[in-house]
Design a protein around this ligand. Structure first.
Ligand SMILES: *Cc1c(COP(=O)(O)O)cnc(C)c1O
Length: 436
């Protein structure tokens, strides 16, 4: 078992620091709630993915799954780091392009891409569309025929692998809403249709088995299944995949109890399995693409809150309320996700109470951390919740008309505002009202 203090860095003053910047200084400068990213940590994580492939001399692409934290600043950082990104909507595509991602480095996912989103992707000449179902295939074919344009595509299959994770974030099972299933012959039929269309350049196959996965067995199973599929399709259709995309889902550490394999270990294992099978089946080695989202940004951010009221229910529990909650981090309410919380100015202080940290939203489910060990706390203390970099800001809402928090990037002791805090006026910007 590891220590929850491993989740944070501390400075000489004994305060939590993010990218070398004192957490208290950040809250004084930018207010709370505040999401503070250590961008050095993101860069190191990107490099560690790239390095595994480079060391093993494997053609590859690291594709940032941008739904984890879609923001101009993050697309800019990804573009600078020479990785690709995926998008799952026209809105993400728009932001990725605005953030300077080169179109050819973008791939488009989703189980219900809208016709206008497909047109947008085709017009922007993005790198590849990951085709999910027949309806989408036919819509895309019509768009391409109309424009006399070609598009690189990948075929998403549901490999029939059940990853050990929460049901809502498990996507590889046959019953999944994503991708063509293999067993019924759907996937093979889709491939045949795609190969027969001159406007489609079928570069490979894709699967994604789920998210926050700790056990490498799921990835091994998926890699084996996909290699077998490539062998079958090579024999039946003479298809040589240039790309085998094994998706993302690499787990990160949220609490002292979490002990995930380092992402590069997952990747190394995946590569070894694919190489072994490809040699065994006498196939050409495809480039391997992986799509980490959470693993690139998740543990790089810490959310800083200010403690407000508290409530003692004798013999039941103690509540400590903060100035954010489910509006900036829905994951505990949505998936029963677990986090830790520490006091920003005294993370090492002795814990004397066990309290439930709740938000300010009008829902009893608005709980950030249940049964959290803490030292004595006072209104005005800054509470830090580590590992909030993925699926936090991107799932944020204005529920109860609370503005979404500000986001800062911190590195080498410097901070920079990358998303400003919403104002009350921002929250009304789309509202037309009835008195015009
Ligand atoms: C969400 C998603 C990812 C990223 O998942 P993480 O758990 O954040 O790594 C990758 N690929 C696809 C297709 C996804 O839907």
């Amino acid at each position: 078992m590891t220590n929850r203090l491993d989740l944070v860095d501390t400075n000489a003053a004994g305060h939590i620091a993010i990218g070398g910047v004192d957490a208290l200084k950040l809250t004084q400068q930018y207010g709370t709630p505040l999401i503070a990213y250590d961008t050095g940590a993101i860069r190191r994580q990107i490099r560690s993915f790239q390095r595994v492939f480079e060391d093993l001399n494997i053609a590859h692409r690291v594709v940032y799954a941008s739904k984890a934290f879609s923001s101009l600043a993050m697309y800019q950082l990804a573009a600078e780091s020479n990785i690709g990104c995926d998008v799952v909507s026209g809105g993400e595509l728009y932001a990725a392009l605005k953030g300077g991602m080169r179109p050819e480095m973008i791939e488009f996912h989703g189980n219900n891409k809208l016709p206008h989103e497909l047109e947008y992707a085709v017009d922007a000449q993005i790198g590849c569309i990951v085709v999910d179902n027949f309806q989408e295939l036919h819509t895309l074919q019509a768009i391409l025929a109309d424009r006399q344009q070609t598009m690189r595509v990948m075929l998403r299959v549901a490999p029939g692998i059940l990853a050990e994770t929460h049901e809502y974030i498990s996507t590889g099972q046959e019953k999944s809403k994503f991708g063509f299933d293999i067993r019924s012959g759907q996937a093979a039929r889709a491939l045949q249709e795609m190969l027969a269309d001159d406007h489609l350049d079928v570069i490979g196959v894709h699967c994604h088995i789920g998210s926050q996965i700790f056990d490498v067995q799921g990835f091994i199973g998926a890699a084996k299944k996909m290699a077998l599929l490539l062998r079958d399709w090579n024999q039946e259709f003479g298809f040589d995949a240039q790309v085998l995309n094994l998706g993302g889902g690499f787990g990160i550490k949220y609490t002292g109890e979490d002990d995930p394999l380092p992402a590069e270990e997952f990747v190394k294992t995946i590569i070894e399995v694919v190489e072994y099978k490809v040699n065994k089946y006498h196939l050409q080695m495809p480039a391997i693409w992986v799509e980490p989202g959470r693993a690139l940004v998740g543990d790089a951010a810490t959310t800083l809150y200010t403690i407000g009221s508290s409530k003692h229910v004798a013999g039941v529990c103690d509540y400590i309320s903060v100035d954010g909650g489910m509006g900036d981090n829905i994951r505990p309410a949505l998936y029963h996700a677990k986090y830790e919380a520490l006091l920003a100015d005294r993370p090492h202080a002795e814990n004397t109470q066990v309290a439930t940290v709740v938000g300010k939203y009008c829902e009893s489910g608005d709980i950030l951390v249940e049964d959290c060990p803490l030292p004595p706390t006072h209104p005005g203390d800054v509470l830090a919740v580590p590992a909030t970099g993925a699926y936090g800001y991107t799932m944020a809402s204005n529920y109860n008309r609370n503005p979404r928090p500000a986001v800062v990037f911190c590195e080498n002791g410097e901070s920079r505002l990358v998303i400003r805090r919403e104002t009350y006026a921002d929250m009304l910007r789309c509202e037309v009202g009835i008195a015009q």
